[in-house]
Design a protein around this ligand. Structure first.
Ligand code: ATP
Length: 240
């Protein structure tokens, strides 16, 4: 049986009177690339923020378990120690630090200097733009380059689970292709991924399994390839 990495049961989140998530159950098993898709305002980002405990004041109910242990109430630095990394919507790189410093920050829980240097070199090979600009402030990078840096930084801690929030947002088609290539590669290396995306087609093409969310609730769940062929998904999310 596959090992459960993340398990969410009965998650409810309310911002004042707005019920953003209305009782969500979701599971991610080791090695899976699972995607959570849905329209604007469906509650996808809120779900990810509930996992990482980064919500603004609001009411959260339900259970979130990571590697079998309750996650709610865990401080962010402990999450990184437990190898849970997130790339938030809007990237979240340290704009006033250099690219190299950003990557080093991603590795702050590690002590293997040689391994860290080797990983940075590897990311520089994947994203040559980051190498060319290693000493420059991250704030000077384009949106797509910041997305690359945010991904590389999150992966510097060798996460067991990587949470990605809308990695394609605001990027050029070429950049989107590149980012998805990296996501697929990272998944092939065995890293477990929960991907929130509005670009349903790309997300379903990359993922093993998918959940569809509408107005705070799940409406469909299943095999991603099967969903690509589902007439309801095609009509509602693939513009067909
Ligand atoms: P998007 O793709 O646009 O980010 P989403 O599916 O990620 O959409 P959420 O951002 O989780 O959706 O929003 C879900 C609902 O909660 C929406 O109705 C949104 O307006 C509301 N909401 C989100 N953040 C807050 C907040 N800080 N205060 C009040 N309401 C919020």
């Amino acid at each position: 049986m596959s090992e459960n990495i993340l398990s969410i049961a009965g998650l409810k989140v309310a911002y004042g009177g707005i019920k953003a998530v209305k009782g969500l159950d979701l599971e991610v098993n080791r090695g899976e690339l699972v995607t959570l898709i849905g329209a604007n305002g469906a509650g996808k980002t809120t779900t990810l923020k509930a996992i990482t405990g980064t919500l603004p004041p609001c009411k959260v109910e339900g259970e979130i378990r990571y590697l079998g242990q309750p996650l709610r109430g865990t401080a962010s630095f402990r999450m990184v120690q437990r190898k849970l990394a997130m790339v938030p919507e809007g990237r979240g790189v340290f704009t006033r630090m250099t690219i190299h410093e950003n990557l080093m920050m991603g590795a702050y829980t590690r002590t293997d200097k040689a391994g860290i240097a080797q990983d940075i070199e590897q990311w520089f090979t994947v994203f040559p733009r980051l190498k060319e600009r290693a000493g420059q402030l991250a704030g000077t990078l384009s949106g797509g380059e910041q997305q690359m840096l945010a991904m590389a930084r999150a992966l510097m801690c060798h996460p067991t689970l990587l949470l990605l929030d809308e990695p394609s947002m605001g990027l050029s088609p070429i950049m989107v292709e590149k980012i998805f290539e990296v996501i697929r590669d990272v998944s092939r290396q065995g890293i477990t991924i929960l991907l929130v995306e509005q670009n349903a087609k790309l997300a379903l093409q990359a993922a093993h399994r998918a959940y569809v969310m509408e107005s705070g609730s799940l409406t469909m769940t299943g095999d991603a390839a099967g969903m690509l062929d589902d007439p309801r998904v095609r009509a509602a999310y693939l513009g067909e």
